[in-house]
Design a binder for this molecule. Sequence first.
Ligand code: NAD
Ligand code: TYD
Length: 355
Amino acid sequence: MSSGKILVTGGCGFIGSNFIRLMNDQGDVGIINLDKLTYAGNPNNLAGLVVGAGYDFVHGSICDSDLILSLLQQNEIVSVVNFAAESHVDRSIRSPEPFFETNVTGTLRLLEACRMYWDQLAGDQKRNFRFLHISTDEVYGTLEPNAPAFSEETPYQPNSPYAASKAASDHIVRAYHETYGFPVLSVNCSNNYGPYQFPEKLIPLMIHNALAGQKLPIYGDGQQIRDWLFVEDHCDAIRLVLQSGRIGQSYNVGGRNEVANIDVVHAICDILENRRPHSDGGYKSLISFVADRPGHDRRYAINCDKIVAELGWSPRESFETGLAKTVDWYLANTTWVKDVVSGDYQNWVREHYGD
Ligand code: NAD
Ligand code: TYD
């Protein structure tokens, strides 16, 4: 990866903000963060970063082609990392359209602006330019209990509107390489968890509700399996792919941590019980089985052999150490949680889970 400035989109979200912190700590590239600040985008995720000292924030959308082109040109951007997305499956089921607007049209507009910019570059600047697209394992659909884990060759079979929109964006990214020779890279990762995750997703929702003495809603029988990865390990994989990934390739990233949802929630309750014992029957007494998510994928698992073999990536955290760090982070950052649990969030909880 060349030094210079990289454009990160969606950098005020969960994974993007962790990635910006990682890159900023390493200090050899400047960062422009373009974020629309939807309900999931939180400038507090980057508190402590000084604007101007190698970091700049721009409020705007990846759907805005003119803005993107001018940012690329004015800052002589060397690489783009696209995190910007609508990312929550349940919201995509209730209201699919914003998912297609940002994840599909937005990715297309971003790609097209980047291609126009890249077309005008020459020499090393052109050779070294990269567009790294952040995708998900959900594009592959669901796995039977004993089926082999998703590899980069697994056919796409998305089941939720969110997954379908991400699959569409992956195809556009791939087509830009095949058609225009545009230098793309993709990462398809499994479920992330860790600091700064919005408490609508399973792990932070359960921590938040348990501490508030509220029900812990488990969809269906709770036996759905996800392959959990600590967010900093994902960010490290993204850094490696940006640095040394082969142009046109996608890389699957996962933690080799297949855990059923009910076991995730039990593990959270056990850690909380140890840190802050529940006075009234234990945190597990808050568990409540609720109606299942429509089209709920039963199992995800990632075969990450390619990134391990090609780029020497390996996760630092086990599920046990990562989950304990995560619970401790939420216990230590109650003000952050209070700030994100805004009116909009309360409306979502009422609409989705009922009173
Ligand atoms: P997030 O919802 O926490 O953050 C998304 C960010 O994108 C927010 O800051 C939001 O304001 C911004 N955004 C939304 N629409 C935008 C637009 N039109 N223009 C500019 N910014 C916009 O999501 P996340 O969990 O950090 O996920 C980031 C990426 O990683 C997504 O592409 C997601 O599909 C992918 N991913 C997530 C996971 C996971 O477990 N969270 C796993 C694999 C892949
Ligand atoms: P989630 O964090 O929404 O991620 P994804 O749907 O992208 O995998 O959900 C993780 C798993 O937890 C998924 O199987 C759905 C389940 N789940 C619940 O059982 N209850 C909840 O309240 C939520 C938000 C998720």
